[in-house]
Design a protein around this ligand. Sequence first.
Ligand SMILES: NCc1[nH]cc(CCC(=O)O)c1CC(=O)O
Length: 314
Amino acid sequence: MTVNMPTPAAPFNIGTRGSPLALAQAYETRTRLMAAFDLPQEAFKICVIKVTGDQILDKPLREIDGKGLFTREIEEALLEGTIDIAVHSTKDMPVAQPAGLVMETFLPREDVRDAFVSLKYKSLHDLPDGAVVGTSSTRRRAQLAAKFPNLQVVEFRGNVQTRLKKLAEGVADATFLATAGLRRLGMEDVPYMPIDAEHMLPAIAQGAIGIERRVDDERAAEMLAAIHDAPTGHRLAAERALLAGLDGSCETPIGGLAEIEGGMLRLRGEILRGDGSEVLTDDATVPLADGPKLGAEMAARLLAQAGPGFFDHS
Ligand SMILES: NCc1[nH]cc(CCC(=O)O)c1CC(=O)O
């Protein structure tokens, strides 16, 4: 190690949003860095940064100019040097970072599956006709409309805690959350049932913590290299290439999942019309190094099948 290690007097500043899930992810990052370099907790400082998106809770995000709503203030702090790294849910991040920043470090991925969450029913298949399901995800909404047209879907925003409170208040019979979020928050007492990817293909990068840094910060680069998980990196490279090729954001109904099977990389992709009336899927396996190429090719194949206007009127 050629770099100056942080000390309690000059700590390494870890930037994060203030939601309980974001904090859990920042703590996990700190724990891994402490272990990798045998540093005390005091050599790190968790810096909570307020972002615009956390202050607007009354509207679906797609009705706001969503670009950077959850990241702008954090990336500014990173560029200014107030923080050394920023910890994110990769799922919520655009595929390209602003000039001067990179996100190349990914921690070992959690469970990628969506979870069915309900205080009244055990699983998705137990929901009666007309049951009310709350979600703000265009992907989950379209997937449900395609497979369970008899459910009613209502808009459901807010963090994990808020959504659970809404369920308890009876605003909906069930909701969907990422299993990873529930696990990271230690919410094992919440009644949830993970849904296999073949029934509900997760969001691209679901369950993966990504860490952003300044491109020219060699100390941060060396420190992050020690906690990077290569298999997760390969999977995300393929998934994010698919997302980039589809020109999608987290507000487009797209599912995607890369897995490593017998040393090969399998990528599944899915795009949906917003109302669930059409679902296009693809599934291919290539050598690990070809993941990004496969992602780009799969995007092109899906878009060719979809034709113009597929994502309109979502
Ligand atoms: N869009 C919000 C968001 N961003 C990341 C997670 C969960 C953790 C993850 O997927 O890494 C969630 C909540 C959810 O979808 O239930």
